[in-house]
Design a protein. Sequence first.
Length: 346
Amino acid sequence: MTEAARLEPQVNHIHLAKKDYEGAESTMCKGCGHDAITASIITACYESSIDPRRVVKLSGIGCSSKTTNYFMNQSFGFNGTHGRMAALATGAGVANHHMLPIGVSGDGDTASIGLGNFAHMIRRNLRITYIVENNGVYGLTKGQFSATADKGSRAKKGWVNPWNAIDLASLAILMGATFVARSFSGDRKQLAPLVQAAMNHNGTAVLDVLSPCVTFNNHEGSTKSLKGIREMKDDLNEIDFIPEFEPIDVEYAPGKDLRVRMHDGGTVVLHKLKDHDPTDRVQAMSVVEQGMHEGKFVTGLIYIDETQPDFATQENVCDTPLSMLSEAELRPSAKDLALINESFMR
């Protein structure tokens, strides 16, 4: 091998190097869990040979919402208003359902001001990889508790949270999400394949990612500190994701492993660490509730349903993206408009 060949970066199936999936330099606090999530997103997109030009990146407002600037510079993307990322994603999905939306939100952006938008996006089963960077505090405004902060958790300034937490994983399952997972920002081995699986899912894929805030929520008494999460983390399964273009050349143990064929052709292989079937919705709810009762963060693929139609299918959206139709194709004729008006008079 020549020296030039040795130094040439490895490329994926669409001839892109991993650096082609990077974005701007991060301005997060040093050691922020959000940057580890960015690294997992980059790895997932590179290994799945995702075309960056097919991706639309969406976010709301908050520390988490800066993340979309730190991966895939070649992609389309924009920040929305606080709590409204789900509504913007719905609009983008209606305009062009062939795009691959990756939304990055935070616990405040999703579980407080954006909770209504989040719930209605889920019930419509919009196709989106919806990542919540969950640290339990409002980092931009100096560390106030968010709605996902655990009851009894202690703030950096000493006060104790008196309120019950909103658990986004159990809420997502209850609202009808067809893919629900939880992970820890520091566990790239688990998180990257979960992101890959989410991007292949034909519907709303919710990833609740525990991501310690090193500045305002990484102290003794916080349940979402780095130490707290590591002590309370409880894995349901180990995950492999095998893209459609890769052969499945590993033998898996019968009874201990579960394969789920994804809509876009890839395969998720789950190595069971506990007796949990992620295709059973009732069991998925139960395992999250049991984890909460025991003071644990259940992680892994919690629930998946590949049988439900996504939003575009339910709405009978035409195959050609609406954003690419001509004015003549979009505008009803005078005859059709008269029939529409007449139908309102019946």
